[in-house]
Design a protein around this ligand. Structure first.
Ligand SMILES: Cc1cc2nc3c(=O)[nH]c(=O)nc-3n(C[C@H](O)[C@H](O)[C@H](O)COP(=O)(O)OP(=O)(O)OC[C@H]3O[C@@H](n4cnc5c(N)ncnc54)[C@H](O)[C@@H]3O)c2cc1C
Length: 404
C-alpha cells in the first residue's frame, strides 16, 4: 500500500514515520522546498520550542477547538518526548513548561527527524511541489506537473499560510478545496500588532513584563500576562502574540491597555512613589528602579508631568496620575502584521469535515489532513508544534493501516 504525504514539515514528517511503522506501507513524502523541515529549523528563534508540558485542549483555538482533544490525548507532550527520545533527541524543559532540544538548536530536531526518515519504506521527494491531487477509483493520483504518482491514501500536511518566507502557502487549502473541503477565513496569529501611537518608535527594543488587555470600544476581547517588547512599528513579545489572534478583527477603536506592574496594586505603587518625594532628583527619575528607564520617562511624561522639576515638588494628584499611567496605559492599535510575520494561521480547513479519531476526511475516504492546514491553532510556547506532532502521528498511523 502506498501512502502519499504532501508536505515535509513537522506534521508531515511525524505522519511519515507513523505510517512507515507498518512495513507493508511504502511512504512517499513530497516536499516542495529543497529540504524537509525548513520552517521547523526557524522555530523558537532557532531553538525550536518543540512542545509544552502543559499543552492540553485549553491552549487551542478554532471554530471547533474540541476537535484537537482526541489527538492530543492519544499523543500528548509526554508521549511526544518519549518518541523524540527514542529517535535520539535529548530535550530540556523550562519552568514555564516549554521544551527545547538540549543542544538549544532547532537543527538538532530537524536532523533527528531527517535521519529517522532514512528507512527503506520511506521515499523523500524533496524539491517536488504537488500541484494536483485527484481521487481516482479507490485511490489517488498525486501530480507534480512533471510526474503523477499513484497512492492508495493521501495525507495533506502542507501547513498554513503563516511564515510565508519559510514555506507558508495556500497550497494545502487549495488541494483540499479541490477535493471538496471548505475553509474558514484565514488570519495571522502569534504576530506583532502595529500601532500609530507616536511614542512607539522611541521605545523600540524596550522589554517589560506586563498584563495586556485588548479592548475594542471599551469591550474586552483578550488578555494575557507576560513579556512585551516594543518594536519600531508597534508591540511584540509573547504577551502580544498571545492576544494578537483577537486584535483588530472588525471596526471600532482598538487599544491595548497595559499594566506594567501586574504584581503591585495601584495603591501600593502610589505608596512607593510617595516614599520617593523626599528626593531632589529630577522628575524623569521618578520610576527609576521600578521600570526600564526609557519606559519610566515616557509614562511620567504621558501622565502630564513636565520636566525641569524635582520629584519632591510633585503633588499627590500628579503621583496618582503616574501610578494610573503605569497600571493602565492605553496604546492605540491599527492592525496585526501580515502572514509573513505570523507564527501561525488562525482558521483553516473545517475540522467537522474530518474524523478527530483518525484525521480522515468524512467526505473523501482515504484522504487525511493534519497540522496547521486544519482550523486549529495553539497558544504561544510549543503548542503549535505539539498539534503538528499529535495530528501528524494520528493521520500517519491510520493512513498506514491496512483496510479491513
Ligand atoms: C518563525 C516561526 C517560529 C515558530 N516557532 C514555533 C515554536 O517555537 N513552537 C511552536 O510550537 N510553533 C512554532 N511555530 C509554528 C509551527 O512552526 C507551525 O505551526 C508548524 O510548523 C506547522 O506544522 P505543519 O506540518 O502543519 O506545517 P509546516 O511545518 O509549515 O510544513 C508544511 C510543509 O509543506 C510543504 N508544502 C506545502 N505545500 C506543498 C506542496 N504543494 N507540495 C509539497 N510540499 C508542500 C511546505 O514547504 C512545508 O515544508 C513557528 C512558526 C514560525 C513561522
Amino acid at each position: 500500500m502506498t501512502v502519499g504525504i504532501i508536505g515535509g514539515g513537522a506534521s508531515g514528517m511525524a505522519a511519515a514515520l507513523a505510517a512507515a511503522e507498518n512495513p507493508d506501507v511504502q511512504v512517499l513524502l513530497f516536499e516542495r522546498q529543497a529540504r524537509v523541515g525548513r520552517k521547523l529549523q526557524a522555530t523558537g528563534n532557532g531553538r525550536c520550542n518543540l512542545t509544552n508540558l502543559h499543552a492540553s485542549r485549553q491552549g487551542y483555538h478554532g471554530s471547533e477547538a474540541a476537535f484537537a482533544q482526541t489527538a492530543l490525548s492519544a499523543f500528548g507532550p509526554e508521549k511526544t518526548l518519549e518518541w523524540f527520545r527514542g529517535l535520539g533527541l535529548l530535550t530540556v524543559a523550562e519552568p514555564s513548561g516549554r521544551v527545547y532540544p538540549y543542544s538549544d538548536q532547532a537543527n538538532s530536531v530537524v536532523d533527528i527527524l531527517r535521519f529517522a526518515l532514512e528507512k527503506p519504506n520511506i521515499r523523500v521527494l524533496a524539491g517536488v511541489e504537488v500541484a494536483k491531487v485527484r481521487h481516482v477509483g479507490a485511490g489517488f493520483s498525486v501530480d507534480s506537473g512533471q510526474e503523477a504518482f499513484a497512492c492508495d491514501r493521501v495525507i495533506i500536511a502542507c501547513g498554513g499560510l503563516a511564515g510565508t518566507k519559510l514555506g507558508g502557502s495556500m497550497s494545502g487549502y487549495k488541494l483540499l478545496g479541490k477535493l471538496g473541503h471548505h475553509s474558514t477565513r484565514l488570519r495571522p496569529a502569534l504576530v506583532q500588532i502595529k500601532s500609530n501611537w507616536g511614542g512607539v518608535a522611541g521605545l523600540k527594543g524596550v522589554r517589560a513584563n506586563c498584563h495586556a488587555r485588548i479592548l475594542c470600544d471599551g469591550e474586552l476581547h483578550a488578555q494575557s500576562t507576560g513579556e512585551l517588547q516594543f518594536t519600531e512599528y508597534g508591540l511584540s513579545g509573547p504577551v502580544i502574540f498571545e492576544v494578537s489572534r483577537d486584535a483588530c478583527q472588525g471596526h471600532g477603536d482598538w487599544i491595548c491597555r497595559l499594566d506594567f506592574l501586574p504584581d503591585l496594586s495601584e495603591e501600593e505603587l502610589l505608596e512607593e512613589l510617595k516614599r520617593r518625594t523626599a528626593t531632589t532628583l529630577p522628575v524623569e527619575e521618578l520610576l527609576t528602579g521600578i521600570l526600564h528607564n526609557r519606559l519610566g520617562r515616557v509614562l511620567t511624561k504621558a501622565a502630564g508631568i513636565r520636566g525641569g522639576r524635582q520629584i519632591r515638588e510633585l503633588t499627590n494628584g500628579e503621583l496618582t496620575a503616574v501610578s494610573q499611567a503605569v497600571k493602565a496605559f492605553d496604546i492605540p492599535l491599527t492592525e496585526p502584521m501580515g502572514m509573513d510575520s505570523a507564527q501561525v494561521t488562525a482558521g483553516g480547513i473545517l475540522t467537522d469535515e474530518f474524523d478527530p479519531a483518525t484525521m480522515e476526511s468524512r467526505m473523501v475516504p482515504g484522504l487525511y489532513a493534519c497540522g496547521e492546514v486544519l482550523d486549529i491553532d495553539g497558544d504561544c510556547g510549543g503548542y503549535n508544534l505539539q498539534w503538528a506532532w499529535s495530528s501528524g502521528r494520528m493521520a500517519g498511523l491510520h493512513a498506514g493501516k491496512e483496510a479491513k
